[in-house]
Design a protein around this ligand. Structure first.
Ligand code: T1G
Length: 688
């Protein structure tokens, strides 16, 4: 066979081994020899059973996403062709699943009669995360193996499950105890010898019967899941496809699945989400770091047990990395650890964390008020008060006690990391690790590369970020780095819109209609107006309305009042006439006559400045590429993934339109934030 597909014999069992590094994606050059091998083995009377296995670190991880939008994607034998071919094979077929059998990989495995999984294997259908749905029978086979409601949850969430859960659900028939292929061969041989009728998954309808008789529970579950779609088409299509599997004959449901797949894969939402899939991986490829040695990180120290410090500590112990948390007093440690324990208890009560896992994570946490106890840490992250003097004090202590080669990281969200590093005698060990609140939840981690940060320290920070499940983006030093610098550009114009005639609710609605989880003013109230107020004061900046609210102690949800009122501890924003009065007063003080402000103006005057600032950030080398900006905003600020991030959306919108809008607002307002970045002008000209 080719070097992508090998066939060996183990007695009367044929083992087909796929080998397409790095993740055995089902590229055309793999599909062709696989189809040929299966056809030959199906006809070979000397073969009693077939095992399908993969070399390398994982079973098939899905279709080859790089083929999407190219002729290769649909060229025969397509992935659906392979699944249909497996359906025709009468002799027992067994998939030997290890690593992550995802998307088309799980669909291929489900087209076999049986599945034997390695104990550490995971299976899932993550297509919804790419803005599509399983397109090779996943929506019709998974409900037949796991039942409609389990299938609905897996397909709409895209989240993988482990081998034992898959066994319990009926997706997997056996979890191997020893060598996976040997176990699969033994299983296949036993099935072949049993003389049983090997029923293809497509013909197994027993698990559909209850839902077919009464769809109410399924429809209720689907309705709940669709509520979270927030303008994305794929989750809705996924739910519909699973419903079709219940109510329609297999082949009709399969045909509808294919139609929905071809529609979605050609749409802008899927293009945007595929852009983000590759952008997140590209972001971890830091220019100048290729092949750089990375320092090992086995033990972490966190300074500060507040909201951020606690969340950061959880991020590491969640990944099995021990953490020592330092605070100034035992009382502060008590509060911090109580919060961590409560967070884990909430997860246990929600069923998203086992009690045993909570216990093991808590055991990985230790506490101290003595810096000397951090001496054996490989990475120490400070999450103390955002004042440069406090940072210098902390780093002054760290440089004395931290072992040689330990990385000293600041969680600062906007302070100058070069200045922090310059305050130490080991600037090569210093960098920023800007987590986003809540740090144990938010995916984005801005890794700030200071002028003297050593390559192996930076490589270690990127590697450990990925190990703890974060999405790292390496950024340069400037005020606010990437995300907060662009947020500042948006924030200033959001406030200007209020002064010129808009209301907070009007602006926020434009944002939620666009697909954001919330608008800028709701977000300010959630984050706390006092934080940005302190930041503005440190830079001698003002924001008429936000400053006035802060002077009245209206810090947002934490005080029950901000841009909105939050009655009786509710998190639901209610417009406040007092804020309207305050805005009108600020307009009068500035001689501004309020005017009608439309949706398009709100979009242009909030998103265009962000895009413009993003372009300048790339021009200045603060970010390595435009797609890094998209990774920041979709993982740290809730930019709708169906729009791919601010820079991708600008391309969808049309760069000429964006540049024309920037020029128009620059002429009308004279504000530098609208002066079009040269790189945008160049892109607009190239596109003309
Ligand atoms: N196609 C093409 N390239 C892929 C790929 C794929 N499916 N998966 C990964 N890569 C590349 C990736 O870009 C990176 O490249 C390298 O492999 C290592 O990936 C019909 C239509 C499997 C859990 O969505 O979730 O099947 O940067 O860094 O952290 O219904 O990759 O090295 O040049 O992520 O160990 C459905 C996507 C496809 C799974 C491994 N499947 N992949 O994680 O490595 S649609 C997926 C992943 C589909 C069918 C539909 C992860 C992973 P480079 P990595 P990792």
């Amino acid at each position: 066979m080719t070097n992508f597909v090998g066939v060996t014999r183990n007695g009367d069992v044929a083992v087909v081994l796929l080998d397409n590094p790095p993740v055995n994606a089902l590229s055309l050059h793999l599909r062709e020899p696989l189809a040929k091998a299966l056809g030959e083995l199906s006809d070979d009377a000397g073969v009693a059973a077939i095992v399908l296995a993969c070399a390398g670190r994982t079973f098939v991880s899905g279709a080859d996403i790089t083929e999407f939008g190219t002729p290769k994607q649909l060229q025969s034998p397509s992935l659906p062709d392979l699944c249909a071919l497996l359906d025709t094979i009468a002799k027992p077929t067994v998939a030997a699943v290890h690593g992550t059998a995802l998307g088309g990989g799980l669909e291929l495995a489900m087209s076999c009669h049986y599945r034997v999984a390695d104990a550490g294997a995971k299976v899932g259908l993550p297509e919804v995360k790419l803005g599509i749905l399983p397109g090779s029978g996943g929506t019709v086979r998974l409900p037949r193996l796991a039942g409609p409601e389990k299938a609905l949850k897996m397909i709409v969430s895209g989240a993988p499950i482990g081998a034992q859960e898959a066994l319990a659900a009926g997706i997997v028939d056996e979890v191997a105890q020893g060598d996976l292929v040997e176990a699969a061969v033994a299983f296949a041989r036993q099935k072949a010898a049993s003389g049983a009728n090997h029923v293809p998954v497509r013909n197994r309808d027993e698990k559909l019967a209850a839902a077919k008789a009464d769809l109410s529970a399924f429809d209720a579950a689907a309705a709940e899941l669709k509520k979270k779609a927030r303008g994305l088409d794929a989750p809705v299509a996924c739910a519909q496809a699973v419903r079709n599997a219940i109510v329609l004959p297999f082949d009709e449901a399969l045909r509808k699945e294919r139609e929905a797949f071809l529609t979605l894969v050609a749409g802008t939402q899927s293009r945007a989400q595929r852009h983000l899939f590759f952008a997140e991986r590209e972001a971890a490829k830091v220019p100048g770091l290729a092949g750089a040695k990375s320092r090992d990180i086995r033990k972490v120290g966190v300074i500060g047990a507040g909201t951020m410090g606690g969340g950061i500590a959880m991020s590491f112990v969640n990944a099995g990395i021990p953490v020592t948390v330092l605070e100034m007093t035992d009382a502060a440690l008590d509060r911090g650890f109580a919060t961590i324990e409560k967070n884990y208890s909430v997860s246990v009560s929600r069923g998203s964390l086992k009690e045993a896992d909570k216990a093991s994570r808590m055991q990985l946490l230790s506490r101290t008020t003595d810096y000397a106890d951090l001496a054996d840490c490989d990475l120490i992250i400070e999450a103390v008060f955002e004042e440069m003097s406090v940072k210098h004090e902390v780093f002054g202590k760290l440089e004395k006690i931290a072992k040689e080669g330990a990385i000293l990281a600041s969680n600062t969200s906007y302070l100058d990391v070069n200045e922090i590093a310059a305050g130490t005698n080991r600037p090569a060990d210093v960098l920023g690790m800007h987590f986003f609140s809540p740090a144990n939840v938010m995916k984005l981690l801005e890794i700030v590369r200071a002028e003297k940060t050593a390559p192996d320290a930076l490589a270690a920070a990127v590697a450990v970020a990925r190990k703890i499940g974060k999405v790292p983006v390496v950024v340069g030093v400037c005020h606010g780095f990437v995300g907060n610098r662009m947020l500042g550009a948006r924030g200033a114009e959001s406030e200007a819109l209020l002064l010129e005639g808009a209301t907070p609710a009007q602006v926020d609605k434009v944002f939620t209609d666009f697909g954001w989880p919330m608008g800028p003013f709701q977000m300010h109230d959630l984050a706390g107006l006092d934080i940005s107020w302190r930041n503005r004061k440190s830079r001698g900046e003002t924001a008429a309305i936000a400053d006035a609210l802060c002077e009245q102690g209206r810090f947002g949800q934490k005080t029950g009042r901000g841009f909105y009122i939050y009655e009786n501890g509710s998190r639901t924003p209610v417009s406040d006439p007092e804020v309207t009065t305050l805005i009108e007063q600020k307009r009068r003080e500035r001689g501004i006559q309020a005017r009608e402000i439309g949706e398009q103006e709100i979009i242009e005057r909030t998103l265009y400045p962000m895009i413009n600032e993003g372009a300048k950030i790339v021009e200045e080398g603060i970010a390595a590429r435009s797609s890094d900006i998209d990774v920041v905003w979709t993982n740290g600020y809730g930019f709708p993934i169906g729009k791919g991030g601010p820079m991708f959306w600008a391309e969808l919108e049309g760069m000429s339109k964006v540049v024309e809008g920037l020029r128009r607002w620059h002429e009308r307002t004279g504000k530098p934030v609208y002066a079009p970045a040269q790189s945008l002008v160049g892109k607009a000209q190239a596109a003309a």
